[in-house]
Design a protein around this ligand. Structure first.
Ligand code: KG4
Ligand code: ZN
Length: 356
């Protein structure tokens, strides 16, 4: 496949879970055709308020809300930036992984739009969107690098040699890091989504107050396991008397100790992956990548080893349309994929990134 010629404007549609995201990126005419895409416009609707009452994402409610939001968001994205539909050259959409019903909304919208505009469409892997999202930051990385992908459902370490050139180095054998944040937050009564809430409470706590496990830390294994941490937190929590005045501080201490345990494991495994690959560049992506403790610990450790760490802009850590438009544009730019005018579609609720 041959790379496409810039300039090219790619519309991205994300609807895999509880955020509806639309964005437009442009592949500039770089001197060597490798300049990263630029974000021209974007709009996002988060369903957090709607799902909060249930303590987590309700799939059917998510799908229905995507249906309500996707067209107004498309209008807002384009007209807000002074564009019409005519500027769109390719429509990229999240094909998976994610909630089947939610994915169908964005995919159906993308294919209908492509057909109506006579523009080709391209299905994108959601995690590839996260993985490449730092290319939209003011400090974009260069290939190759080690990537730590930490989202709500995935915790993976990868060697990334280029677009579509991903080698899995390690991944979680049970819960993802985001799940560990979310489940602990739920036990502490902090609501959904748990990551930011747990991090906020942790800021008032003592991280050494509780001794929590850091699983699979011995040896040179790059896999993760967070399920035991959840059980350990539950055991500690059950030992606390909620009626005593010290309970609030104990909750903050437990939040801080949990965050420290998760971050310690993520940092240690990242350093091991850097050591094993000999690479001097690292990318952290996905919702947990917004965690300030993770960023500061990793920055400090990597700085000492002469390793540069790249993150997405904070607002692009969690799900958004920009990363989908970007991943579509970079796939086309690299010649790894071609957009198609076949508007028949399916979605991939489970989809291995290596097979994308
Ligand atoms: O990447 P993402 O938006 O969605 C998925 O593709 O799964 O990640 C969501 C996850 C949730 O588990 C959420 O609690 C976590 O990212 N998260 C955080 C923070 N912000 C979001 N975890 C820790 N600290 C944060 N500041
Ligand atoms: Zn995500």
């Amino acid at each position: 496949m041959t790379p496409v010629c810039a300039p090219l404007r790619v519309l991205g549609i994300e609807s895999s879970c509880d955020e509806t995201g639309i964005a437009l990126v442009e592949l500039p005419e770089g001197a060597d055709g490798s300049a990263p895409p630029r974000l021209l416009a974007q709009a996002l609707h988060s369903q957090i308020d709607m799902h909060q009452a249930y303590g987590g994402v309700v799939p059917e409610l998510a799908s229905r809300d995507h249906i309500r939001r996707v067209v107004p968001l498309l209008r807002e994205t384009l007209s807000g930036a002074g564009f019409g539909l005519d500027v769109v050259d390719v429509v990229a959409y999240t094909r998976g992984p994610g909630l089947a019903g939610a994915l169908l909304v964005g995919t159906g919208m993308a294919c209908a739009l492509g057909m109506a505009l006579d523009r080709p469409v391209l299905g994108v892997h959601h995690l590839e969107g996260h993985l490449l999202s730092p290319f939209l930051s003011a400090d974009p990385p260069e290939f190759p690098f080690v990537a730590l992908l930490v989202s709500g459902g995935h915790t993976q370490l990868m060697r990334v040699d280029g677009v579509g050139q991903y080698t899995m180095l390690g991944e979680t054998i049970d819960d993802a890091a985001g799940e560990a944040f979310d489940k602990t937050a739920k036990m502490l009564g902090l609501g959904y989504p748990g990551g930011p809430a747990l991090a906020k409470l942790a800021a008032q706590g003592n991280e050494t107050a509780f001794k929590l496990p850091r699983p699979l830390m011995r040896g040179d294994l790059l896999d993760f396991s967070f399920a035991g941490l959840k059980t350990a937190v539950w055991t500690q929590l059950n030992r606390l008397d909620p009626a005593v005045p010290e309970a609030a501080q104990a909750h903050a201490d437990l939040a801080a100790s949990t965050q420290a345990a998760i971050v310690d494991v993520l940092v240690a495994k990242s350093l091991l992956a850097l050591q094993q690959t000999g690479l001097k560049r690292m990318v952290v992506a996905g919702g947990v990548g917004a965690n300030q403790r993770l960023r500061s610990q990793l920055d400090a450790q990597c700085h000492r080893r002469g390793v540069r760490v790249h993150y997405p802009e904070l607002h692009l850590c969690t799900d958004n349309g920009a990363m989908i438009a970007l991943a579509g544009a970079m796939r086309l730019q690299s010649g790894r994929a071609q957009a198609s005018r076949d508007y028949a579609f399916d979605v991939r609720p489970r989809w291995d990134l290596a097979a994308a």
